[in-house]
Design a protein around this ligand. Structure first.
Ligand code: C2O
Ligand code: CU
Length: 420
C-alpha cells in the first residue's frame, strides 16, 4: 500500500521541468493536514519510576509508562496529538519515525520547531494516509531521551483488524530488556500479524519458531510476493520494523529476540541460535526500478575522526570528514529523483535513517537488489558496506538525515536534506 502511494505520489509526471516551483511550506502542509481530527491523543512527558523485570527504574515516560501509549489509527483518519512536558528539563518533541509527515510536524528541535520545555505544549496534526508499523520518540536530546523511555508505537491500519494483530517493541531500559515476555493462546487457523519494532540503538536478531511465516512488510511498506519462511531469523536495525504474518497452528509459536522468548502462544522450549538470516534484498518478487536517470547524486562516507574544534580534541562520528553541524546539507529540488551512496569506512555499524522519505534500495556492495522493492527508512550500513539508494524528492522542507545509533548522531553523525 505504502509502495503504491510513494510511486504514484512522486509527482514525477506532473513535475514542472524548468522552474523550481517549491510550494510555500504552509501551502503544502495545509494540503496534507486539512480536515477535522478524527483521532485525538494527549501525551504527557515526565520523570517516572517504572518497573522493569521486577525492579524499579528511574525513567522518562509518556503518561508514566515505557513504552508510551500505543497510538493507533485507520487510513483516512486525521491524527491530532497534543504533547505536554511536565518536568523533562532537556525538553521534549515527538518525531514520527518512518512516517512521512509534512515537515512542520516532524518534531526536530532547532529545525522544525523549538523543544517543548516544562510547562509547555505542542500540537501535532497529520493525515494517516500511510498504513503500517511506525513509532514515535522524542528528538530533543534524543540519545538520552529515548534511552530513558520517551518513545512509543504508532500503527496505522488499512482496515479494522481481523485475527490477531500485536506490536512487539523491543528496547532496553537501564540495561534490562523490554518488553516482559507474554503468552497469549491463539486458536488454530487464526491469522496473526506481529509488528516488530526495534527502538534500541543497536541491531536485534528475531526468530519465529513453530510456524511458517512471511515477512509482510518492512519499515511500513508491504513487500511484493513474500514467500513462506521456516527456521529463518531476521535482523532488524535500530529504528527498523518488520511485520511477520502466519496462521496459528494447533501447536505453540514463539518469537525470540536475541534468543529470549518475548511473545508466544503457549509453552516453548525451541532453540533458534543457529538459523540463517534472511537477506531482505533478495526476498519477494522484484519489479523494475521506476527511474532510469537521477537528477541529484550524493555520496556519504561514514568514518570516525578527531574533532579538533574542541579544547580537548575528541573522537567524532563523521560524514565526509565533518561532524554536525559542519556537514554541508544535501540540497535537492521538488520533483528530483535523488540517488545517494553510503560508504562505511569505520569499524562499527551505522543504522541510517532519513526523515520524511523512504528510500528504494538499489544495491548493496555491488549486488543489485533482486527481491521485492525495498522502501526503507532505517537500514544497517555495516563496516565496509556500500549501499546505493534512491528516492523521489516529494516532501519539501528541512529534514534530518542521520545515524540512528543515537549516541553516534549526537557525536556528529547528523546532516540535513533540504529543498532549494
Ligand atoms: Cu527515529 Cu531522527 O529519528
Ligand atoms: Cu552510527
Amino acid at each position: 500500500v505504502a509502495v503504491t502511494a510513494l510511486l504514484t505520489g512522486t509527482g514525477l509526471a506532473a513535475a514542472p521541468s524548468a522552474a523550481p516551483a517549491v510550494p510555500h511550506d504552509h501551502e503544502y502542509r495545509d494540503a496534507r493536514t486539512a480536515g477535522e481530527p478524527t483521532r485525538r491523543f494527549t501525551l504527557t512527558a515526565g520523570t517516572a519510576t517504572v518497573s522493569v523485570s521486577g525492579r524499579d527504574v528511574a525513567a522518562w515516560a509518556f503518561d508514566g509508562q515505557v513504552p508510551g501509549p500505543e497510538l493507533t489509527a485507520t487510513v483516512g483518519d486525521v491524527l491530532e496529538v497534543t504533547l505536554r512536558n511536565r518536568d523533562i528539563a532537556r525538553g521534549v518533541t515527538l518525531h514520527w519515525h518512518g512516517y512521512d509527515v509534512p515537515n512542520s510536524q516532524d518534531g526536530v528541535p532547532g529545525v522544525t520547531q523549538a523543544a517543548v520545555l516544562p510547562g509547555q505544549e505542542f500540537v501535532y496534526r497529520f493525515r494517516a494516509d500511510q498504513a503500517g508499523t511506525y513509532w514515535y520518540h522524542t528528538h530533543s536530546a534524543s540519545d538520552v531521551g529515548v534511552r530513558m523511555g520517551l518513545y512509543g508505537v504508532l500503527v496505522v491500519r488499512p482496515a479494522p483488524v481481523t485475527g490477531v494483530d500485536v506490536t512487539v517493541p523491543v528496547h532496553t531500559l537501564a540495561g534490562r530488556p523490554l518488553p516482559a515476555p507474554r503468552t497469549e493462546p491463539v486458536e488454530a487457523g487464526v491469522p496473526v500479524r506481529l509488528r516488530l519494532i526495534n527502538t534500541d540503538s543497536t541491531t536485534h536478531r528475531y526468530a519465529l519458531a513453530g510456524a511458517p511465516f512471511r515477512v509482510a512488510a518492512i519499515d511500513g511498506s508491504d513487500l511484493h510476493g513474500p514467500t513462506p519462511l521456516v527456521n529463518t531469523a531476521v535482523l532488524i536495525p535500530a529504528g527498523g520494523r518488520y511485520d511477520l504474518v502466519f496462521t496459528a497452528p494447533a501447536t505453540p509459536v514463539a518469537l525470540f529476540v536475541d534468543g529470549r522468548a518475548v511473545y508466544s502462544t503457549g509453552p516453548v522450549s525451541t532453540e533458534t541460535g543457529g538459523w540463517p538470516v534472511l537477506d531482505p534484498l533478495t526476498y519477494g518478487v522484484a519489479s523494475p526500478v521506476p527511474w532510469s536517470r537521477f537528477d541529484e547524486e550524493f555520496t556519504l562516507v561514514l568514518d570516525r575522526g578527531l574533532d579538533l574544534r574542541k579544547l580537548l580534541p575528541r573522537y567524532a562520528h563523521t560524514v565526509n570528514g565533518a561532524a554536525d553541524p559542519d556537514i554541508p546539507p544535501q540540497v535537492v529540488r521538488l520533483g528530483d529523483v535523488v540517488r545517494f551512496t553510503i560508504v562505511n569506512r569505520s569499524l562499527v555499524v551505522h543504522p541510517w535513517h532519513l526523515h520524511g522519505h523512504h528510500v528504494l534500495v538499489l544495491s548493496r556492495n555491488g549486488m543489485r537488489a533482486t527481491g521485492s522493492p525495498l522502501w526503507l527508512d532505517s537500514f544497517d550500513v555495516r563496516p565496509g558496506d556500500i549501499w546505493e539508494v534512491a528516492f523521489p524528492a516529494d516532501n519539501p522542507g528541512m529534514w534530518a538525515n542521520h545515524c540512528h545509533n543515537l549516541a553516534h548522531a549526537d557525536a556528529g553523525m547528523t546532516l540535513h536534506l533540504m529543498y532549494s
